[in-house]
Design a protein around this ligand. Structure first.
Ligand code: HEC
Length: 345
């Protein structure tokens, strides 16, 4: 059953948020909870107050998890009410936004969706999953569309929701053709690269000094992903290292970067994402100080060879010389004012 015990409070909040200057007229014309007019009123109030809402979406293998919250208790109540109302609409097939193909299709596939709404102190946490891959794509499209509403308010609500497949479309772009905002994204990407490089190699240096190459390998394995995650968080980008000769198979590049790197570019490359992100691939060359772990196998210390074979049975990252192109940093910089979604490797 739909939890509508909070309806009177929601109605008050709604009235206040919708008609801040004429609150005294509102109650008489307020629609009853559960009606389309009521749900629409909540929706419009949320759009108007979109800047007070924050939302984080995480992709699961078979769906999405989204947390939508506000520090304003009245808006938090509207978020909860809206989520439960939409869950109810999904259950009974009472459609909304029928002109919007993603919403229309999602209602058509409602029987393939498992939907769990958990209310939190400040809003809701929602997990939506499906066993059907097309429905999963619809769920991702819908979740990203809601993020657009939260970010842009009414401006986004009038547009049809892009399909996820359109959002994840990438187009390589020449450096000379970068727009002003893309140049800002490029600079943010380079700053993140510099930060990751500095953190990584400061750590490597100290471990090399303390325990030699063989000892440093374990630290590298453990620290490299942590450092990447920390830089990603601090710089609000996604970032990683990759190579056409990987040591760690988990360092495979995201698809957009793989497409850029097929011919082993020695210069930076760029790709524009349909969602406004800029993908940047930045070459990494080896210095003499890298060869203790990436040089000719015959030149590696026996314990380094053993440690590598142990930690990376499929290692392809030896046999290099100083100055060789070793791989690339890839950085995905979101459009201004956004945080990057998590990269699913
Ligand atoms: C102490 C040994 C060691 C040294 C020295 C070292 N690396 Fe590595 N390198 C590793 C290990 C271990 C990994 C795998 C890390 C992981 O699991 O993500 C790695 C991974 C990489 C990767 C990521 C792609 C892949 O193959 O997984 C790049 C790029 C790279 N190293 C470049 C360099 C460069 C450039 C230097 C010198 C500045 C260097 N490395 C020095 C041990 C080393």
């Amino acid at each position: 059953m739909l939890a509508r015990h909070a309806a009177p409070f929601v109605l008050l909040a709604l009235t206040a948020l919708l008609t801040p200057t004429r609150a005294q007229d509102a109650p008489a014309s307020s629609p009853a909870p559960g009606t389309l007019a009521y749900d629409k009123g909540v929706w419009i109030a949320l759009l108007r107050n979109h800047t007070a809402i924050r939302r984080e979406v995480r992709h699961l293998e078979n769906g999405v998890e989204a947390v939508t919250e506000s520090d304003d208790p009245a808006i938090a109540e509207l978020i909860r009410d809206h989520a439960l109302a939409m869950k109810h609409r999904m259950t009974v097939g009472a459609r909304v936004r029928v002109w919007d193909p993603v919403f229309l299709e999602l209602f058509e596939h409602a029987d393939k969706v498992q939907l769990r709404v958990t209310t939190t102190d400040k809003g809701v946490s929602i997990v939506e999953t499906s066993d059907d891959p097309h429905t999963v794509m619809l769920l991702r499209s819908h979740a990203a569309g809601l993020s657009d509403f939260v970010r842009e308010g009414t401006k986004a609500s009038g547009k049809a929701t892009p399909y996820w497949t359109e959002r994840t479309h990438w187009t390589p772009i020449d450096e000379a053709a970068l727009s002003e905002s893309q140049r800002a994204q490029r600079d943010a990407a380079i700053a993140a690269r510099d930060a990751m490089f500095a953190a990584l190699f400061a750590r490597l240096e100290s471990e090399l000094a303390a325990s030699g190459p063989a000892g440093a390998i374990a630290v590298c394995k453990e620290q490299a992903p942590l450092i990447a995650a920390q830089v990603a968080e601090e710089h609000a980008v996604q970032i990683g290292r990759t190579s056409d000769r990987l040591r760690n198979p988990a360092n495979r590049a995201p698809e957009w970067a793989e497409a850029l790197l097929a011919d082993r570019p020695a210069e930076p490359r760029y790709s524009a994402g349909a969602d406004g992100s800029l993908g940047v691939a930045l070459p990494i060359r080896l210095g003499a100080n890298c060869l203790a772990c990436h040089g000719e196998p015959a030149d590696l210390a026996p314990e380094t060879r053993a440690a590598l074979a142990n930690a990376y049975p499929a290692d392809q990252a030896t046999g290099f010389k100083a100055g060789d192109l070793r791989g690339w940093f890839w950085v995905q910089a979101p459009p201004a004012g956004e945080t990057a979604p998590k990269h699913a490797p």
